[in-house]
Design a protein around this ligand. Structure first.
Ligand code: 3EB
Length: 315
């Protein structure tokens, strides 16, 4: 049973179990081979107050209300370049065909993210396919990029989960980091196409969708080999993003914020949880998943969603 007055957009299952539970609804489902290490249960349920209808197009399952489009694309992950290209072409085409508004947040999951294949790391192949699809779809690849995460699973297909909506999407970059779309070529022939965060303003109010954020300053990984150091640098990066939109402090966001932490090594859980526990508001939901990060040198990545309260007006 769903909470009263809310409608189901989709479900994201986490876990290394290959078993995909039978569902009794038509909503899109993503089944990600990411082990839950701690925090909330391994099933994430996306809800919305508006009525929802469901559909499928080019293999993409989606849910749509008058404000929002939530979808799940999946395809074989043997060749990441063509797979990412096709998934992004299809997602953009669908979003436009439905008149769903800007595509503002994407999550990308696929196995073997740091593995070399045909002389190129699979993450870099993914970046190239995504870049080509966005470029051919008319994106400027600097001004209008969605927020994103790209995480390595243990096995399975390429899953791309996306959100588009009727509203205003404003790209937010991080003053401590070079924009990913401007990374130098040493990180791959095509820069990663995402923004550090999107402030999305819809009828229900503004929210901040924070991309996967890691221990990168400028474009370099810092605190290599040190999970606590990487956690602290990442928190500094999150603070800088929040400051950009006057969202408040990490330790005072309460249930307005929800965080997801991806850990390369399960053994770092205790150290990272303690580090976050000293800084994050204990009433902000926090989920720990075992997942690989797109640079071999990165041990963790943190993403989040923050409901932005309107600033109290002075009279
Ligand atoms: C980084 O800051 C870390 O390729 O979509 C974070 C979020 C990262 C999204 C992506 C990659 C992506 O470069 C990696």
């Amino acid at each position: 049973m769903l909470p009263q007055g809310l409608h189901l957009l989709g479900v994201i299952e986490h876990g290394t179990d290959a078993a995909i539970p039978a569902t009794e609804h038509d909503a899109p489902v993503a089944s990600l081979a990411l082990e839950v290490l701690g925090g909330c249960p391994g099933r994430e349920v996306w809800l919305t107050p508006s009525r929802v209808s469901y559909g499928e197009s080019a293999g993409i399952r989606y849910a749509r209300s008058k404000e929002v489009l939530f979808g799940v694309a999946r395809c074989p992950a043997e060749e990441l370049g063509p797979a990412a290209y096709q998934a992004y072409r299809d997602i953009i085409a669908l979003t436009r065909q439905l008149g769903a508004g800007p595509l503002f947040r994407l999550w990308n999951y696929f196995p073997g993210i740091n593995e070399e294949q045909a002389g190129q790391e699979r993450y870099r192949q993914f970046c190239a396919g995504r870049y080509e699809a966005l470029a051919e779809s008319g994106y400027s690849l600097a001004e209008d990029l969605p927020a994103a995460s790209a995480i390595g699973t243990r096995h399975g297909e390429l899953w791309v989960i996306f959100l588009a909506g009727r509203g205003t999407a404003t790209q937010i970059e991080n003053p401590r980091q070079i924009s990913a779309f401007r990374y130098p070529p040493k990180y791959g022939p095509r820069s990663p196409s995402f923004s550090r965060a999107i402030r999305f303003e819809a009828a229900g109010g503004p929210s901040l969708f924070i991309s996967g954020t890691a221990s990168i300053l400028g474009h370099e990984t810092v605190q290599q080999g040190d999970p606590i150091g990487q956690c602290e640098t990442t928190l500094g990066n999150l603070r800088a993003l929040l400051a950009r939109v006057s969202a408040g402090e990490l330790d005072g966001l309460g249930p307005r914020a929800a965080w997801k932490v991806y850990l390369r090594h399960a053994r770092d859980l205790t150290a990272v949880r303690d580090c976050l526990g000293r800084v994050l508001d204990p009433t902000s939901p926090l989920l720990f998943l075992a997942g690989d990060i797109c640079r071999e040198s990165l041990l963790l990545e943190i993403e989040g969603i923050v409901e932005l309260r309107e600033e109290p007006r002075q009279c």
